[in-house]
Ligand binder design. Structure first.
Ligand code: 3IO
Length: 347
């Protein structure tokens, strides 16, 4: 009787132990399910949102379904101008920032928005990513940067033909960041606003055109209203995808690794998507709306390039004030640009 009792007690204890460790161990090894919200400002079909959907899908697959990303395109969770604060305060876990919308906030990485003549979004995106990795600038200190990318070089899209700098005089053109200064240099009238407000501004006639990468002709259907495009090869717009730091710190290490491994790959994917999509968008716009494309003269381009040096000089002053060795940062941009132009020649 006593022996049986001891045996039964031991058996119960053993079972209990097994159950405890069983409940503990395998559950901890299997990554806990987590859902992340990801805010974006422009409409779903535009490139910042196309890359967002690709990222969400990859993350879900690479974490074996442990991470689900809920995407909020079209300013449904956060808009262009409250994206930064919204992510810092945790209203969204992840947000997509156009750095040019935050003057003075990103003194290091905004160097990629300078008129340095990037040849493609692929080259500029990888340059931006590497620049960030080298400096890990304090401008992102309370955030986790998940990936970065840029638009393609900017050109002028307008309602009326702007075949020369003379034609541009006084014409209201939308831009942001350094593009506002470039618009001024060309003699036009700069009007600052995020891309997400541009359709309405064009519709209402507040602006007569815009300066950005040409895929928006298709993605926003701007080709319908802006039948005239002037090739100017102006700066690219840099973007950062950032995560709330507390949320990042709460993620299991295995998940953090998946996200970190995806950072550069996503930058390259987005640059290449953009460069390919530009060609499709131009062809589509020619076919559907018969858009006209103009080139400035060599002399006009030289004038723009030369005046653009002033923007670079002013950035150097700002970057130095923020504690950067501006010549070294700019030198890095130029070195990375040359390296990636050799690796990814313009198509
Ligand atoms: C851009 C921003 C949102 C959607 C599509 C876009 N294509 C190019 C840009 C860059 C730009 O003009 C901006 O304001 O960030």
């Amino acid at each position: 009787m006593k022996k049986t009792l001891v045996a039964v007690t031991l058996a119960i204890l053993a079972l209990g132990l097994a159950a405890c460790s069983g409940a503990d161990k395998p559950a901890e090894q299997k990554t806990e399910a987590v859902t992340l919200s990801y805010a974006n400002f422009p409409p779903k079909i535009t490139f910042p949102c196309v890359q967002m959907e690709r990222w969400a899908k990859e993350v879900n697959a690479r974490t074996d379904g442990a991470v689900t990303v809920n995407t909020f395109p079209g300013s449904t969770l956060l808009g262009a101008k409250n994206m930064l604060r919204g992510v810092q305060e945790g209203q969204a876990d992840i947000g997509c920032l156009s750095l040019a919308y935050y003057p003075g906030v990103f003194p290091c990485t905004i160097a990629t928005n300078l008129p340095v003549g990037f040849s493609s979004a692929t080259v500029a995106s990888l340059t931006l990513w590497d620049l960030f990795q080298k400096y890990k600038p304090a401008e992102f200190k309370n955030l986790k940067v998940l990936t970065m990318f840029t638009s393609a070089p900017s050109n002028v899209m307008s309602k009326e033909p702007l075949k020369s700098l003379d034609d541009m005089r006084g014409v209201e053109l939308r831009g942001s960041g350094s593009l506002l200064r470039m618009i001024e240099i060309m003699g036009a009238q700069p009007v600052g606003m995020p891309m997400s407000q541009t359709p309405e501004a064009l519709q209402k006639g507040v602006v007569k055109g815009l300066v950005s990468s040409l895929e928006v002709l298709k993605d926003f259907n701007f080709a319908e209203i802006c039948r005239h495009e002037t090739i100017t090869n102006l700066p690219v717009y840099p973007f950062a995808v950032v995560m709330n730091l507390d949320k990042w710190n709460s993620l299991p290490e295995s998940t953090q690794k998946v996200l970190e491994d995806l950072g550069r790959e996503q930058a390259l994917w987005t640059g290449q998507y953009m460069d390919k999509h530009i060609h499709e968008a131009i062809e589509w716009s020619k076919e559907k709306y018969g858009i006209n494309i103009y080139e400035l003269t060599e002399a006009e381009q030289a004038k723009i390039r030369s005046k653009g040096q002033g923007i670079i000089a002013d950035w150097k002053t700002e970057a130095a004030k923020a504690g950067y060795d501006a010549n070294t940062v700019l030198g890095d941009v130029m070195k990375l640009k040359a390296k990636y132009e050799a690796e990814y020649p313009a198509q």
